[in-house]
Design a binder for this molecule. Sequence first.
Ligand code: PLP
Length: 379
Amino acid sequence: MHEIYLDNNATTKIDEEVLNAMLPYLKSEFGNPSSLYSMGTKVKEEIDKSRKSVADLIGAKQEEIIFTSCASESNVTAIMNAIRSNEGKKHIITTKVEHASIMETMHYLEGKGYEITYLSVDENGNIDLSELENSIREDTVLIAVMMANNEIGNIYPASEIGKIAKEHDILFHVDAVQAVGKIKIDVEKIICDTLSISAHKIHGPKGIGVLYVRDGIPFIPLIFGHQEDNRRGGTENTAYIVGLGVAARRLLEHMDEDNKRIERLRDKLEDEIISSLDGVLIYGDKKNRMPNTSSISFLGVDANELMFMLEGFNIYVSTGSACNSREAEPSHVLKAMNADLDKYSPIRVSLSEYTTEDEIDEFVKKVINIVTMLRHKNK
Ligand code: PLP
């Protein structure tokens, strides 16, 4: 049976062109990019080509791109760099809806005597910039706010936050893992100091990430070594870097067009479900949302039950972020929004450039049937 994969915020299918570009570097082109002979220099050139594609994608300079093992590493590196290069400053501002790699680092730092302000979100998942401004202190070292949320799709006002951070001379880190490829990113407009990206959310391989570090800011590596201009040790993961470069270039070529189509399909999905079923609630900011994401719930229907029934038809969605969907605890994002999860527990549907209209039609049909059946059964 044909698989309908609608969990692209968890991870994406690797693109054929990306895979084909990677294969030689797992076979014949195995030279170490640090070697001075041609087997190495050839590989180094390919790494630099990828660096350029990634830099172009976010409006950065090549020298500002550091390859890491994943965006979690990038996030932790950015936070640890901020505090290590500003000893004495003990306050950080973040939000209640960040990814675990940010949240867990903040919890660790609290244990080490740092004070963390977690900005609240309203019932639509939005933050309040005046709360952010009021939280700023003399000893605030870092503001870390994601560009778009993985669960509800909300887009956060990165440029406004960047301005506030600059006015107060505070470092600004942006987790752009979900945003990349779905909305335009320009580090000059955002005026962030550091920014994270992951390849596996953009049809690249898992286990390769990027940390953008603004030219001129002090930088202390998390992993010491001479690679990446002494900023991240470890022999370069050549094949994966090449794959990420191709994934970035593909986005540059057609992301605007793809996103228009994806948004139309997402809106069609929501409209058709709403016009066929009562008691449908969509979480997040309907206007200011990534084009591919729908966090959709059905009064009285348990999201896990719905998810597993969809799986029976080879349709894959999630009930929260992939990173915590195995935990019994409800999502920290929905909790922060004060969501009534006993009544409305959402499935997250996330589309990609590979999603077809036929797949969306099939998904809508199955959801309507299953929800109707579950509601009847539970009467
Ligand atoms: N940040 C956000 C918002 C994410 O959604 C994810 C992955 O789910 C990450 C960071 C971590 O990315 P990686 O899997 O590359 O560590």
